[in-house]
Design a protein around this ligand. Structure first.
Ligand SMILES: Cc1cc2nc3c(=O)[nH]c(=O)nc-3n(C[C@H](O)[C@H](O)[C@H](O)COP(=O)(O)OP(=O)(O)OC[C@H]3O[C@@H](n4cnc5c(N)ncnc54)[C@H](O)[C@@H]3O)c2cc1C
Length: 220
């Protein structure tokens, strides 16, 4: 785990901390650094709690940085983060991380808040003709759905595991990938919790996708 001593950081004023759905928030602050889509920042409310990492969910040239996060009721940082209001200060590190590769026509696969680096990629004008597969437990967690529908149309594939509808695939992303054709010439970008990333990678490899064509960012 990174410590505050490992990172360069500043106090930044929060512009917004909006509740999107149960336990899900978007934190917004002014962009005071350059970053590459796919990078993360360390966040905190003081240096007593070690920084937690969050993918940036806004475009490289946007004036404001957005962080999409969920509150873990038994976590150290997020129950306090969710209480912050516009005008409060947070500690924000300089951006870092290497999940920054991109190319045209990628297949982007995310669960939950793991969609953040892909939102950043798309809002930065990267990953043209991407297909995005997003898995969530409840339709409330289809973050940025309006934007994605507009940007990607049919190439935006929603998977919902705990609620049934004709508007999306009923099941997990792993089931979706298992049941659909994959293209060994494409690059697959995975982002989410370890279990999803490992299971999805195994399925892709078993369907003939070369290991080198699978890139992943794991949230732990
Ligand atoms: C590269 C990267 C990018 C990330 N990006 C995002 C993002 O964009 N959005 C997002 O929401 N999250 C993201 N995360 C996760 C984020 O960094 C935090 O882990 C998360 O927000 C929880 O922080 P917390 O302090 O509230 O919980 P923590 O205090 O870190 O606890 C997290 C969970 O682990 C459990 N736990 C804590 N300690 C132990 C222990 N010793 N043994 C067993 N269980 C324990 C807690 O009960 C809790 O359920 C990312 C993580 C990484 C590594």
């Amino acid at each position: 785990m990174n410590t505050w001593n490992d990172l360069k950081y500043k106090e930044i004023i929060i512009v917004d901390n909006k509740n999107l759905a149960k336990d899900a928030y978007i934190l917004t602050f002014k962009r005071i650094f350059k970053f590459i889509a796919g990078q993360v920042v360390g966040l905190g409310i003081n240096t007593l709690i070690e920084p937690r990492l969050y993918s940036i969910a806004s475009g490289e040239n946007d004036d404001y940085v957005e962080i999409l996060y969920t509150e873990k009721t038994d976590g150290k940082l997020t129950p306090m983060l969710s209480l912050l209001k516009a005008g409060d200060e947070i500690l924000v590190s300089s951006p870092f991380g290497s999940f920054t590769e991109n190319n045209d026509s990628p297949i982007l696969i995310a669960t939950g808040t793991g969609i953040a680096p892909f939102i950043s990629m798309l809002k930065s004008g990267k990953g043209r003709n991407a297909i995005l597969v997003h898995g969530v437990s409840s339709p409330d967690y289809f973050y940025y759905a309006d934007y994605l529908e507009k940007q990607l149309g049919d190439r935006y594939i929603r998977c919902c595991s705990k609620s049934h509808s004709n508007h999306y695939f009923n099941g997990r992303v792993t089931q979706y990938i298992q049941e659909h054709q994959v293209d060994p010439n494409k690059k697959y970008y995975l982002c989410g919790v370890a279990e999803m990333v490992v299971d999805t990678r195994d399925i892709l490899i078993s369907k003939g996708i070369p290991y080198r064509n699978i890139l992943a960012e794991i949230y732990f």
